[in-house]
Design a protein around this ligand. Structure first.
Ligand SMILES: CC(=O)N[C@H](C=O)[C@@H](O)[C@H](O)[C@H](O)CO
Ligand SMILES: CC(=O)C(=O)O
Length: 309
């Protein structure tokens, strides 16, 4: 058993939880956390893209992780994404994360300005130093961040003993292999998380230890089953379930509204968990989007009946 086994499995990306006025709701954060515990997932990835972190204040992000920890402590592996695009605020969130006892902190690179690699490394290392007893996860999501994790930057970050994983959301699954191989060459153990939910089976096949995903939250049972099939070497069944999951994701992405608004409507419909809407400029649901969300919710139910029997 490795110290890093707590990261190996299905880790839903936590959604932003708002009240009816659009304010962060601690109560709803706790309800969603409990919902994920009941579903049996390995952990949660808080305050990431799916958590709408780039539209939230430092204080709101503290409130969110405090409420997650109030329910999840000892029951889930908790990874808190702390990047704020400036070192000072990110350091503050890293410190706070350690004080509330998260398992790991994570960070994207700084966005907007194209910074040299030594500045990105300095940013990540400053954040990591602010949580000296907490694991650190590099978040590689070049299509949104505008900066990719290169092998030279990765090699530089391997010098930091707290860096234990990459959450890889780039589209080439080969990137997973590259980080996994280089990580294991540098350290006794190293974790790579699959990012693109639509490629879970492929990502696991090429070396991902598990996954962190933005759509797991509306169908955790299906991803848990998918992970079991991969572990059992049931390639044909795994592909069949992956295809069914992908149809659900394509449906979720077919609305005018933001995908997370659709995800929240599915949670309300299928699971009776109400975490509000999305924060502007993300687009909330109009009637046509609600119909799409309800179709997706039905597809989730049908897939559960078909594949979990
Ligand atoms: C670009 C992006 O946001 N990727 C997420 C994290 O890696 C995924 O989990 C997606 O939300 C998911 O694959 C749906 O497209
Ligand atoms: C995985 C993902 O969607 C997130 O960063 O929240």
């Amino acid at each position: 058993m490795s110290k890093l086994d707590k990261y190996r499995g299905i880790i839903p990306a936590f959604y932003a939880c708002y009240d009816e006025e659009g304010n962060v709701s601690g109560e709803r954060v706790q309800a969603l956390t409990q919902h994920f515990i009941d579903k049996g997932v390995k952990g949660v990835y808080v305050n990431g893209s799916s958590g709408e972190c780039i539209y939230q204040s430092v204080e709101e992000r503290k409130l969110i992780i405090e409420n997650v920890m109030a329910v999840a402590k000892g029951k889930l592996t908790v990874i808190n994404h702390v990047a704020c695009n400036n070192t000072k605020d990110s350091v503050e969130l890293a410190k706070h994360s350690e004080s509330v006892g998260v398992d790991a902190i994570a960070s994207i690179p700084p966005i907007y300005f194209r910074l040299p690699e030594y500045s990105i490394a300095a940013y990540w290392n400053a954040i990591s130093e602010a949580a000296p007893n907490t694991d650190f996860v590099i978040y590689n999501i070049p299509q949104l961040a505008g900066t990719a994790l290169t092998m030279s930057l990765f090699a530089e970050m391997m010098k930091n003993p707290r860096v234990i994983a990459v959450k890889n959301s780039s589209m080439p699954t080969q990137d997973i292999q590259m980080f996994k191989s280089a990580g294991l060459a540098a350290k006794d153990d190293f974790v790579v998380f699959n990012g693109p939910d639509e490629q879970f089976v492929a990502g696991r096949a090429i070396g991902a230890d598990g996954g962190i995903g933005g759509t797991y939250g509306v169908m955790p049972e299906l991803f848990l089953k998918l992970n079991d099939l991969v572990e059992a070497g049931e390639k044909k069944k795994a592909c069949e379930l992956q295809y069914a999951i992908n149809e659900i994701i394509y449906k979720m992405c077919s609305s005018r509204a933001n995908m997370y608004a659709v995800a929240k409507e599915i949670l309300r419909t299928n699971d009776n968990v109400n975490i509000g809407g999305v924060r502007e400029p993300l687009e909330n649901l109009q009637e046509a989007d609600k119909a799409i969300a309800h179709e997706a919710a039905e597809m989730v139910k049908a897939a559960k009946e078909r594949y979990l029997a």
